[in-house]
Design a protein around this ligand. Structure first.
Ligand code: ZN
Length: 373
């Protein structure tokens, strides 16, 4: 079939134009499209307006410029279409369909375009990769295109696989900060899920090897019948404030000058506000009351699978007593200093980048009118 007719046929069948520079490196099985269509256009976001929220459009959030839907890694989700997960025929058909969109991970890294601005989107040919491993159904985009994540088996070098010229495997933190919001959310979700599968290969009840079911959203044990679901671990990440100062801490081994909000896992039987207050005292010796904790927003954090729950908490004491098991140091900084830190102009201190929720917690507090806060 001549290239032109392949292109016309592809466009007629999918409503999309194939990307002309697709290199066709996959040894595709015989298919009606041909390997010129290996690389696809990205999925279509449900939300096209990427403008930040107008401060005045909702009085309930007037004090809060952002909410969880604006937080990196969380915003612009696809329709998870969970009702399809337990339908293996639908999943199998979707995965082999001509319009499926597949993105790749390997050892927790993402396969992105060389420019870093997009995941590399592949068609059903991706399943032909020699090292193709588990797939997870991620959902449907606005055009109802099924989206899958494919995990390549470990140990594969870039030269080994057949799409090397299409992109490169990149560290999740680096990649996600450059991806469009919807792709970053997809990537973070897939990373957490594949990491969970990697660490939960055996039944927690009987020890027998378990298997991936429901398109990657569950594991079952063939021996005892137990069902196992992916975990999300809640973490309180709290900015303690007292008057015009807030508390920053740094962990052992962090880069020089890098400071952030304190954080700790929520334990069984406690609320996130109680966890924030407890961790604050355990880590820095600062007393506070859960009653004076204010929830801001949360962020799924795929390292490996936490839900970072942002809290501002009013401190009752100021004397710092750092637990060396938990922190290297903690210090109070003024609101003016916090603004400098966020702007990158502080001479000694820098903080997490906008991809991390700690950045936004500090920003919310730093931008508050101290007379109203
Ligand atoms: Zn079992």
């Amino acid at each position: 079939m001549a290239p032109d007719s392949v292109e016309r046929r592809f466009a007629a069948e999918t409503g999309q134009r194939p990307v002309p520079k697709s290199l066709g490196l996959l040894r595709s099985r015989p298919d009606p499209v041909g390997d010129r269509s290996v690389r696809r256009q990205p999925p279509v976001s449900y939300i096209v307006n990427e403008k930040p929220r107008d401060k005045g459009d909702n009085t309930a959030i007037d004090r809060l410029m952002v909410n969880s839907n604006d937080i990196p890694l969380a915003s612009r989700p696809v329709n998870r279409a969970a009702h399809h997960r337990a339908d293996p025929v639908w999943i199998s058909t979707a995965l082999k369909s001509n319009d499926v969109l597949v993105f790749l991970l390997r050892d927790g890294e993402l396969f992105v375009e060389h420019c870093g601005a997009s995941l590399v989107w592949l068609g059903p040919e991706a399943l032909d990769l020699k090292k193709a491993g588990d797939t997870i159904f991620m959902g449907l985009d606005k055009a109802n295109t099924p989206i899958f994540a494919l995990n390549l088996t470990a140990g594969m070098t870039q030269d080994d696989h057949l799409v090397a010229s299409l992109g490169e495997f990149t560290d999740m933190r680096t990649a996600a900060s450059q991806l469009p919001a919807m792709q970053a959310n997809l990537a973070a979700t897939a990373r957490s899920l594949f990491e969970w599968h990697r660490n939960h290969g055996f039944c927690a009840k009987c020890g027998h090897q378990s298997g991936l079911v429901e398109a990657g959203w569950k594991r079952t044990c063939p021996n005892c019948g137990s069902e196992h679901f992916p975990r999300t671990d809640p973490v309180a990440i709290m900015l303690a404030v007292k008057g015009d100062k807030c508390l920053l801490g740094r962990g052992h081994g962090w880069p020089a000058g890098f400071w952030s909000a304190l954080a700790g896992f929520v334990e069984p039987g406690e609320t996130v506000e109680q966890a924030a207050s407890r961790e604050l005292e355990e880590e820095a010796g600062i007393k506070s009351s859960p009653e004076n904790a204010e929830y801001l927003f949360c962020q799924p954090w795929p390292f490996p699978s936490s839900l970072m729950i942002g809290i501002i908490i009013e401190a009752e004491t100021t004397e710092i007593s750092v637990s060396q098991d938990e922190l290297e140091a903690a210090q109070w900084v003024s609101r003016d200093e916090a603004r400098q830190i966020l702007a990158g102009t502080h001479p000694d201190i820098y903080c997490p980048p906008p991809m991390a929720v700690a950045h936004h917690i500090l920003k919310v507090w730093a931008e508050r009118d101290p007379l109203k806060a």
